[in-house]
Design a protein around this ligand. Structure first.
Ligand code: NDP
Length: 281
C-alpha cells in the first residue's frame, strides 16, 4: 500500500498514523467480541496502531476488547483512553485510570483524555494527569469536546498547555471547527482527533461522496476519511468491526483528493462562513 497521508506529530514529538481505530459500541455483546478483536488486530497488522477507547464505552467493555486485541503486542499500539467528566477530580482521575489499566491489561496508556468538560476544575484534572504521567501510568494527556473558549481557559491553567490533542466531532457534514477551533489548535501544534469521521455511516450515501468515490474506484468511506485527513495535524478514528470495511477504510491512506474532488465536496458540504458552537455526539 502506498501511503500518501503524512503521519501526525504530536506536541511532545510522538509520531502517529493519521488513521486510527475507534471502539465505541464495541464490547456490548459477547456474540460480536471475536469480530471486534479480529478487526482491531487486522488494523494493527496493517499499521493502524492508534486505538481509541474510553471507560464510558460499554461501561468498560470496549476497553476489555482492546485489552484482548493487544495481547502480546502492546508495544505496537498507541493506546488512547478517556476519563469521564464526573471522575475527573484529582483523586477520581487516578482511580478511573487504574480501572482502565486493569481492563486494558496494561501498565500504561499512551494518551489519556478528558472526555468532555464537567463540573471538576481544569486545574484539578491537569494536576491528576501530571501525577499519572510522573508515575508512568500515562505517557501524555489531552482533551475532547472542548470548544475554543474552553481551550483558551485550559491554556491559562498551570500545565494546561501540555494537552496533546483535542478530540472533536469532525467530518464532511460537521465543518464548524474549520472556522476557528482547528486553526487555533494548528497554530499551537495541538492535534485534532476527528471522531465519527463517517458520521456513523450516515455520510456514505451522499451523491457527492459517491461521485468522488467512483472517480477513484474506492468506496465512499475512503473518500470521507481521506477528506478528513487532508488537513495537517488531523487524525481520523473510524470504528469498524468488519475486516472488509477496515480494508475500505485503509484505502483512504493512499487516496489523494484533487482540487476538482474538493470542489465537488465543498459544493455539497460548504465550509463554515461564521463561528458555530462545537457540535457533539
Ligand atoms: P464512525 O463515523 O467511525 O462510524 C462508525 C460506523 O460506521 C459503524 O456503524 C461502522 O459499522 C460503520 N462503518 C465503518 N467503516 C465503514 C465502511 N467502510 N463502510 C460502511 N460503514 C462503515 O463513528 P463513531 O461514532 O464510532 O466514531 C469513531 C470513533 O470516535 C468511536 O468509535 C470512538 O472511538 C470515537 N468517538 C469519540 C467521541 C468523543 O466524545 N470523544 C464521540 C464519538 C466517537 P461496522 O462496525 O459494522 O463496520
Amino acid at each position: 500500500m502506498t501511503v500518501s497521508v503524512a503521519p501526525v506529530i504530536l506536541p511532545n514529538g510522538r509520531s502517529v498514523c493519521a488513521l486510527g481505530q475507534g471502539t465505541w459500541f464495541m464490547g456490548e455483546s459477547p456474540d460480536r467480541a471475536q469480530d471486534e478483536i479480529r478487526s482491531l488486530q487486522a488494523g494493527l497488522d496493517a499499521g493502524l496502531t492508534l486505538i481509541d477507547t474510553a471507560e464510558m464505552y460499554a461501561n468498560g467493555g470496549a476497553e476489555e476488547i482492546v485489552g484482548r486485541a493487544m495481547a502480546g503486542r502492546r508495544d505496537e499500539v498507541f493506546l488512547v483512553s478517556k476519563v469521564l467528566p464526573e471522575h475527573a477530580s484529582r483523586h477520581g482521575t487516578a482511580a478511573a485510570c487504574e480501572d482502565s489499566l486493569r481492563r486494558l491489561r496494561t501498565d500504561t496508556i499512551d494518551l489519556y483524555l478528558l472526555h468532555w468538560r464537567g463540573r471538576h476544575r481544569f486545574s484539578d484534572t491537569v494536576e491528576a494527569m501530571e501525577a499519572l504521567q510522573r508515575e508512568g501510568k500515562i505517557r501524555a494527556w489531552g482533551v475532547s469536546n472542548l470548544d475554543i473558549d474552553d481551550m483558551q481557559e485550559l491554556q491559562g491553567v498551570p500545565g494546561g498547555d501540555q494537552a496533546q490533542v483535542n478530540q472533536v466531532l469532525y467530518n464532511l457534514g460537521r465543518r464548524g471547527i474549520e472556522f476557528d477551533l482547528q486553526p487555533w489548535c494548528a497554530q499551537r501544534g495541538v492535534a485534532i482527533m476527528a471522531y465519527s469521521p463517517l458520521e456513523q455511516g450516515r455520510l456514505l450515501d451522499s451523491p457527492a461522496v459517491e461521485d468522488v468515490a467512483r472517480r477513484h474506484g474506492v468506496t465512499p468511506a475512503a473518500v470521507a476519511l481521506a477528506w478528513t485527513m487532508r488537513l495537517p495535524g488531523v487524525i481520523a478514528i473510524p470504528k469498524t468491526a468488519s475486516v472488509t470495511r477496515l480494508a475500505e477504510n485503509l484505502a483512504s491512506l493512499s487516496l489523494t483528493l484533487s482540487s476538482e474532488d474538493l470542489a465537488t465536496l465543498d459544493a455539497a458540504f460548504p465550509p463554515p462562513t461564521r463561528r458555530q458552537p462545537l457540535d457533539m455526539l
